[in-house]
Design a binder for this molecule. Sequence first.
Ligand SMILES: CC(C)(O)CC(=O)SCCNC(=O)CCNC(=O)[C@H](O)C(C)(C)COP(=O)(O)OP(=O)(O)OC[C@H]1O[C@@H](n2cnc3c(N)ncnc32)[C@H](O)[C@@H]1OP(=O)(O)O
Length: 258
Amino acid sequence: MPYENIQVETRGRVGLVRLNRPKALNALSDGLVTDLQAALDAFEDDPEIHVIVVTGSEKAFAAGADIKEMADKSHMDAYLGDFITRKWGRLGTCRKPTIAAVAGYALGGGCELAMMADIIIAADTAKFGQPEITIGTIPGSGGTQRLTRLVGKSKAMLMCLTGWQMTAEEAERAGLVAKVVPAADLLDETLKIADRIASMSLPVAMMTKECVNRSYESTLAEGILFERRVFHSTFGLEDRKEGMSAFVEKRQPNFRDR
Ligand SMILES: CC(C)(O)CC(=O)SCCNC(=O)CCNC(=O)[C@H](O)C(C)(C)COP(=O)(O)OP(=O)(O)OC[C@H]1O[C@@H](n2cnc3c(N)ncnc32)[C@H](O)[C@@H]1OP(=O)(O)O
């Protein structure tokens, strides 16, 4: 399906979405977010796709919500239109593993979008920030919550209260990103990781993701119980049997997502 604001392709079992509003540094307009939601829905529904990668351009992953589009909104426009929440969070609700490949600016909603992904791989040019305060508002797509969980209160406060941007290296040290790579290698390195995940059993990868995410939502004891229940359920999978048999027989497993 052709989209106006994104480019979509598949690379084997990996679904790739490139944000594509170069003249506006991939500012997240309603049209872009609508396209992104549709593309993510399609990849989630496609049984051949195991992993979803979202990326931007060399200069910007995304420079945030489209300020020109939001400038004249009233409180009631935002409230009644459920501005931000309805469509924006789709990446964060994907059940399949997701990776954000970030080069250049990831600001405001762009940083929030990257943080909705399971893994962030950053180019050495990446800059992360929540500059909403500089335009008289606050992060509205999870920034104050996800950033604080990822980098801790003090750094999150610094970023949200001053608009200070974190470099890729700082973001790696703080735990916001998993890996920093040279900008020229960003997509290749990200796809290598995506391919590795895609070679695993899809249901096991999805269960693993669910368990890691549960650690955000529950006490340690509840999380450990949840993990154990899911672990037990893997014994009902053909792929669990195949994986362990392959190890014993010293061969590569042939997972069938069952
Ligand atoms: C989702 C929420 C609720 O959390 C809210 C938000 O996300 S609020 C938005 C937060 N983001 C920002 O405040 C960043 C705004 N952009 C910038 O500060 C700068 O553009 C920059 C530092 C990222 C890059 O600066 P520079 O290299 O000088 O490029 P510019 O000339 O400024 O930009 C090029 C072009 O893109 C347009 N642009 C950039 N960002 C946005 C945006 N967020 N919304 C709409 N348009 C944006 C910019 O206006 C330029 O276009 P023209 O005006 O030249 O047509």
